[in-house]
Design a protein around this ligand. Structure first.
Ligand code: ZN
Length: 352
């Protein structure tokens, strides 16, 4: 297998942890609950995209014949297929191609929250956010690739005047692809047995998702074949070690007269005269006594600094509130400054 496919960035863990476990982990108050078996999502995608051409042809052709017998079908379409998508993906990740469009893309949402929003199409390629349960993720990856396989060969059915991308052809292909992965019975590759009807084209995908979730829960050996790698676990970060810096920048901009908002020269003079000590103490980041160093414990914080900062923050919020009536981005700045400052108040309580 090519080196780029083996990269750890494609790994997804079998254990996704409970909401509380993950929250505790992010706070630095618990271990990484995901440690254990992991699958390589790119490997799964490759397996389907580079399938034997004749085998793929037979699956698609049979799905079309199946749908035709049931009164569905679709007109022929000749587009970019899953093999082209794989070629583009390989070129993209080996640097031979710069355009992402048409490739396989996985994103990693920061909070791992279960989110929809996966997409797939012949010229678009696929995008899948890596989040939620591992069972669901397997379903989503195969589902999106199925759109590419299906729509590169057939136009989606139009039934009762509506375009149906999750028609019988789609569902039959999808279930036939899922069959070897999860060991479906032949009867379970019949979309009708999996809840399909016109207007309920998503039902078989939902059913497969529930079955996969159960298999993940049971550590079913068929599904465990996918999870042959290890999620090593990321080192826990203590929350107290992270110093929020955005608000400090605002304070520094403000007292340096480089504030985002506009104020007159007199106002600047006033600020400078009101906070001369503050400027001396924190405005110059190269200064040994700068605020960041104090927060890191590298320099001692003067006793009156928290009070000076509090007064300065009041001024900043006051002026930003005025600005926010004209430009809504100041509302965000206020949030940054206020939440940073309350972090600082907590910090000074336990460190001074
Ligand atoms: Zn879909």
């Amino acid at each position: 297998m090519k080196k780029w496919i083996k990269d750890e960035k494609w790994l997804y863990p079998l254990n996704t942890g409970t909401w509380k476990e993950m929250t505790d982990f992010h706070k630095g108050e618990g271990p990484d609950p995901r440690v254990g078996p992991a699958m390589n999502v790119m490997e799964l995608a490759r397996k389907i995209c580079t399938m034997d051409k004749m085998k793929m042809y037979r699956i698609v052709h049979e799905a079309y014949e199946f749908a035709k017998r049931e009164g569905e079908g679709g007109r022929k379409n000749y587009g970019i297929d899953e093999a082209d998508m794989w070629t583009k993906t390989d070129q993209y990740y080996t640097g031979k191609r710069t355009i992402k469009h048409g490739t396989i893309r996985f994103s990693r949402p920061k909070d791992w929250k279960s989110a929809r929003g996966a997409r797939g199409g012949p010229s678009y390629g696929i995008t899948v956010p890596l989040c939620g349960g591992a069972g669901r993720l397997i379903e989503v990856i195969v589902h999106e690739i199925t759109h590419v396989i299906h729509l590169s060969r057939y136009k989606s059915s139009i039934i009762n005047g509506k375009r149906r991308p999750h028609d019988l052809v789609f569902n039959r292909i999808f279930l036939k692809l899922m069959k070897p992965i999860m060991g479906l019975k032949e009867s379970e590759t019949n979309p009708f047995n999996m809840g399909y009807s016109v207007g309920k084209g998503y039902a078989p995908s939902r059913k497969i998702e529930r079955m996969l979730n159960q298999m993940v829960k049971d550590r079913d050996e068929k599904i465990m074949r996918l999870f042959k790698y290890q999620w090593g676990g990321k080192p826990t970060k203590k929350r107290s070690n992270r110093i929020p810096r955005g608000w400090i920048n605002h304070v520094m901009y403000y007292i340096n007269g480089n504030c985002y908002c506009y104020y007159s020269e007199e106002a600047h003079e006033q600020i400078v005269s009101a906070f001369p000590e503050l400027i001396h103490l924190i405005a110059n980041p190269k200064d040994d006594n700068c605020l960041i160093d104090m927060l890191k414990g590298k320099a001692k914080m003067p006793d009156d600094l928290p009070l000076l900062i509090e007064r300065c923050v009041d001024e900043i919020v006051y002026s930003y509130e005025y600005e926010s009536e004209y430009d809504s981005c100041y509302k965000g700045y206020i949030k940054t400054v206020e939440s940073g400052h309350s972090w600082f108040i907590n910090w000074s309580k336990s460190n001074m």
